[in-house]
Design a binder for this molecule. Structure first.
Ligand code: 13P
Ligand code: 13P
Ligand code: MG
Ligand code: MG
Ligand code: MG
Length: 377
């Protein structure tokens, strides 16, 4: 019999600013989930200002009742957030009416349905101050890089490789790559994590799902970009899949991700323990927690706070050094994101104000020169 692991997350209001979640919101979420008869088990967690609902049940992915449950939890939390005047109360509930699925309504979703194995270790990764493309680099390393994952070389059940499902967030299309044969093709796309995001990874040996991320369509409201979706990702481990340590290893050398202050900067993704997950320096740097669980008939045995290990101290130190260096660049790229990727901009207003001061000095260079044949953003 199959079970479903659903992780649904939202920012319901920050305490203080965008740094953390007030304990009363977590209590409210706990109480709501405890009262539900739909779940086998659940945990309420948070990273920075994002609440994560980790739920197991038997209803499959995209189940309207489960999504509705999460939506109602977030609504209840919003009431508390409004009462406490938390920052951006209800921030991630973009719509007033629930329509059967929280996808595209603000909350992020990663879910997978599978037959529980004899032993079922899973990791729920959750990040704040970044976006779903942040998982591209670590998922690539976990499932495709033999220098990260020795299992690809020496585990007979991994040696065939993995299938990667990638979303184009601009054109709203999906495409699959079979690795290792199509490794170079895959990298052409996922090296641009603001547009192409790894949605899921499947074992070629068993066909089973191995990883899923909260990649979904861009957070647009009335056609306007309203911000980065702080992302979650589920990875199943061991026995034909990456060992827990292989799934954690990519985070030992912090990569650069988009997000941080005002969702408009590049910064290192810092792996942290659950009690270090509130970002405050320049609202960051972006961070990631890893909650390990053993599943037992759908029960969530855990979490084990995997990045609390002192072996990740060095990664934190490196991330802090990178953060200080990038901060020294202030408002300059590549610390500040390119114009089209920023969550906030004053460019239209400043442009309008200075319109009459721009003087033509030559012919306009056509846009086509700068964009690929797939079309401009
Ligand atoms: P144990 O010998 O502790 O089970 O570890 C095996 C393993 O796969 C570690 O990655
Ligand atoms: P969040 O996406 O975590 O709400 O952060 C937004 C922001 O502007 C931080 O400076
Ligand atoms: Mg916030
Ligand atoms: Mg956040
Ligand atoms: Mg964000």
């Amino acid at each position: 019999e199959k079970i479903t692991l659903s992780v649904i997350k939202a920012d319901i209001g920050g305490y203080v600013g965008h740094s953390s979640v007030h304990p009363r919101l977590l209590e409210t979420a706990e109480r709501c989930l405890a009262a539900s008869k739909l779940l086998i088990d659940y945990r309420v967690a948070h990273v920075g200002d994002d609440i994560n609902l980790i739920m197991t049940h038997k209803y499959g992915v995209d189940c309207p009742e489960i999504h509705h449950l999460a939506w109602n939890v977030f609504l209840q939390c919003t009431e508390v957030a409004r009462e406490l005047k938390l920052y951006g109360a209800g921030q991630d509930l973009l719509s007033d009416a629930f329509s059967g699925n929280v996808k595209g309504m603000g909350p992020g979703v990663a879910e997978m349905e599978f037959e529980e194995r004899k032993s079922e270790p899973v990791i729920v990764f959750a990040a704040d101050k970044t976006e779903p493309g942040a998982w591209n680099f670590p998922l690539y390393k976990m499932f495709a890089d033999p220098f990260n994952t020795i299992g690809l070389v020496i585990d007979p059940k991994m040696h065939q490789g993995f299938r990667f499902e990638v979303y184009d967030l601009i054109k709203n299309e999906r495409v699959e790559f079979s690795l290792p044969e199509e490794l170079y093709d895959l990298l052409v796309f996922i090296g641009a994590p603001g547009r192409y995001c790894i949605k899921a990874v499947y074992s070629k040996t068993t066909g089973e799902i191995a990883a899923v991320s909260s990649t979904q369509r861009l957070n647009l409201m009335a056609g306007r970009y309203v911000g980065k979706d702080d992302p979650v990702c589920i990875v199943r481990c061991q026995s034909g899949l990456p060992a827990v340590g292989e799934a954690l290893e990519p985070f030992a050398s912090p990569h650069l991700v988009a997000g941080w202050m005002r969702g408009s900067h590049i910064g290192p993704l810092m792996p942290v323990g659950l009690n270090q997950s509130a970002p405050t320096r320049f609202d960051g740097p972006p961070r990631v927690v890893a909650m390990g669980f053993q599943l037992a008939q759908g029960r969530l045995v855990g979490p084990q706070d995997l990045f609390a290990d002192v072996a990740f101290d060095k990664a934190r130190q490196t991330a802090n050094e990178i953060a200080s260096y990038l901060r020294s660049l202030g408002p300059f790229e590549p610390h500040r994101l390119p114009l089209e990727d920023m969550e906030y901009t004053t460019m239209p207003e400043v442009m309008a104000k200075l319109k009459n001061r721009f003087v033509k000095v030559g012919r306009e260079v056509t846009k086509e020169r700068f964009v690929d044949e797939l079309g401009a953003k």
